[in-house]
Design a protein around this ligand. Structure first.
Ligand code: MTE
Ligand code: MO
Length: 366
């Protein structure tokens, strides 16, 4: 092993930081784009405006015809299925909000050095696919099955470990009719960056569970120990502690910024008079949003909710604000049907997972 290769196996020690972003953070932010917040106005995010999180490289797939999914392990009939065979299984279309577990981590002080999301790592798409259960039922799970690993075609290094991106689902969740092996996004084939030709969609969970470029399914007699399952995506207060696995999305809301922005600072200017503030609110695990409060300079009022768009999609909210001259801070704060409310300040996590603190928008009214 030469010195040049050592950086993969003995990775650069990263740390917490504050203030300026490192070259590596800016590089990741350019690869992994967020949804521009003005796109919150769409019920369904147009495919090119959906956020992206890609750990390694987007696999080059010339045609869906060259793709197969291998299903093996603790099953009676191991399978190798083409995309066309999977598309013959019963199909469903679900409107699903996906949020990256790291969304908001750039707002923590100090922040962990990795993809520096502010607010935009969220989007809602209509995913068409077949429930994963149809593949698993065709293969037939053995009694010994305790975990189901789902692996993508993308491979790389993280924390000195080389691996295919992979996650696992407990059998009960894998058999849920809402967990899809999807081939279409908003009625068109998946874009390469969103998983062409096949991806998993796990509604209600943070995005890491929705494995893109799905290539292999392994039914295991023990818990999956892949890095993205057993090492990463774990809430930890401090580095090295066992922690708690990241799972369903926490209740959260965002506001489409009103008025017009300054190009560089993104500071907003709004005309005095009536302004319709709007945004979206969601929670995880199929828990509905109960209400959204809008704060104007710290005074809270209830917003009106748009009709729901299904169990797993965000819900629109609206509030008429009579904007008066001066500087203002606008906020939104959702509560779900479990009675859980967004915190005012970011909850601490060592690498910034699960930041569902209220969104602030600073505006100048003229
Ligand atoms: N194969 C593979 N699947 C993946 C990822 C990845 O890097 N490789 N990233 C995951 C993460 S962390 C998120 S948040 C979502 C993002 O999905 P999107 O890029 O379609 O928005 O994909 C998930 N699935
Ligand atoms: Mo993510």
């Amino acid at each position: 092993m030469t010195a040049a290769h050592d950086s993969f196996l003995q990775p650069v020690q990263r740390s917490h930081t504050a203030g300026d972003f490192s070259r590596e953070e800016v590089g990741l932010a350019n690869r992994n784009s967020g949804m521009p917040l003005e796109a919150l106005r769409h019920d369904v995010t147009p495919a090119g405006m959906h956020f992206l999180l890609i750990h390694f490289d987007v696999p080059f797939v010339r045609s869906a015809d060259e793709w197969r999914v291998e299903l093996s392990g603790c099953v009676r009939n191991p399978l190798s299925l083409s995309v066309a065979e999977i598309q013959k299984l019963p199909a469903r279309t679900l409107r699903v909000t996906l949020e990256c577990a790291g969304n908001g981590r750039a707002n923590l002080v100090p922040r962990w050095q990795t993809q520096p999301w502010e607010y935009g790592a969220v989007g809602t798409a209509e995913w068409t696919g077949t429930p994963l259960r149809h593949l698993l039922e065709r293969a037939g799970l053995n009694e010994s099955a305790v975990d189901i690993a789902l692996l993508g075609a993308d491979r790389g290094f993280d924390a000195g470990r080389e691996h295919d991106y992979g996650r696992s689902l407990a059998p009960a969740l894998a058999m849920d009719d809402n967990v899809l092996v999807a081939w279409a996004m908003n009625g068109s084939p998946l874009p390469p960056q969103n998983g062409f030709p096949l991806r998993l969609v796990v509604p209600g969970w943070y995005g890491m569970a929705s494995v893109k470029w799905l290539k292999r399914i392994e039914v295991l007699a023990e818990s999956f120990d892949g890095y993205q399952q057993a090492g990463n995506y774990i809430y930890r207060q401090k580095r090295g502690e066992p922690g708690v696995p990241v799972s369903t999305m926490r209740v959260k809301s965002l506001m489409a910024p009103p008025g017009i922005p300054d190009w560089y600072t993104r500071h907003r200017v709004v005309e005095a008079g009536p302004v319709e503030l709007m945004g979206r609110a969601w929670s995880g695990g199929g828990v509905p949003v109960a209400n959204v409060a809008v704060g104007v300079d710290g005074v809270w009022s209830e917003a009106a909710l748009d009709p729901p768009q299904g169990e797993y999609a965000w819900r629109g909210w609206r509030y008429r604000w009579d904007a008066v001259l001066g500087e203002h801070v606008l906020q939104c704060r959702a509560t779900d049907k479990n009675g859980t409310t967004q915190p005012l300040d970011p909850p601490w996590d060592n690498v910034g997972f699960g930041n569902n603190a209220v969104h602030h928008v600073h505006v100048t009214v003229r």
